[in-house]
Design a protein around this ligand. Sequence first.
Ligand SMILES: C[S@@+](CC[C@H](N)C(=O)[O-])C[C@H]1O[C@@H](n2cnc3c(N)ncnc32)[C@H](O)[C@@H]1O
Length: 276
Amino acid sequence: MAPRTTRPVGTPTRGTTNPNRLRRMDRWIAAVHGPALRRSPEPPVAVDLGYGAAPWTAVELLARLRTADPRTRLYGIEIEPARVEAAKPYEHEGLSFLHGGFEVPVPGQVSLIRAANVLRQYDEEQVAAVWQRLCGRLAPGDPAGAGPGRYGGGLLVEGTCDEIGRRHVWVALDRGGPRTVTFATRLGSLDRPSDLAERLPKALIHRNVPGEPVHAFLRDFDRAWAAAAPYASLGARQRWIRAVRDLAADWPLTDGPRRWRQGEVTVRWEALAPRG
Ligand SMILES: C[S@@+](CC[C@H](N)C(=O)[O-])C[C@H]1O[C@@H](n2cnc3c(N)ncnc32)[C@H](O)[C@@H]1O
């Protein structure tokens, strides 16, 4: 690839990462986006944007995507040049590391961009423009296949988790904008669903206040969790599934028991989008 002549778009931030930290996100992406990867006539191209001080999350994302489609290639992109140098020895067939930012300096359009724990360190006001820019790098899909709660073409997954990946919240977007929000957790680690509030992505974390939809959602989730307390004797998984089933009466969930069993639940973006 030709040497770059312009500055990458964005700002270097702390590089904290950990092996296997993003496994829940990886598994969800492979399950939900795998069919779209396999349908791609060309080998799918994925990006791990802002992989941090060590390349683990990029290496792992590629391995998990290849279980869905062995043709997948992945670029790890970092805005901090020293982190690109540190990752280079880990390159192998189908895995490359590049210096860059939100412009995503790879040829053509991409099937997936994953940005985990990147926007958390930016301002809330910057999120919409960054999303728009990143969504513009995604491959278009069949417009008939996209819509509220459904994705078409390439996918952007942008979210946040704790240091060891027990608690995650992410937004999934396609070229048309945000489609869903997913909450994912190690069930044994949870006192109540609103524990996940501290991991809300930048677009939502400042909106967890009365009057905002995400606050109402977590309040209802806590109530459903409390009502499902008798199921705790069967294990946290059964309690979660029961609570999520109750939640589905009032909130537009897009997934079902197969994903709930993993300690996940996915909600249409429109239901949680900030007011105003
Ligand atoms: C907290 S680390 C997250 C590492 C990894 N994604 C994870 O979740 O474990 C955030 C990384 O994003 C990088 N970063 C911030 N803005 C970026 C941008 N615009 N483009 C590429 N990388 C960026 C930072 O330099 C930092 O290394």
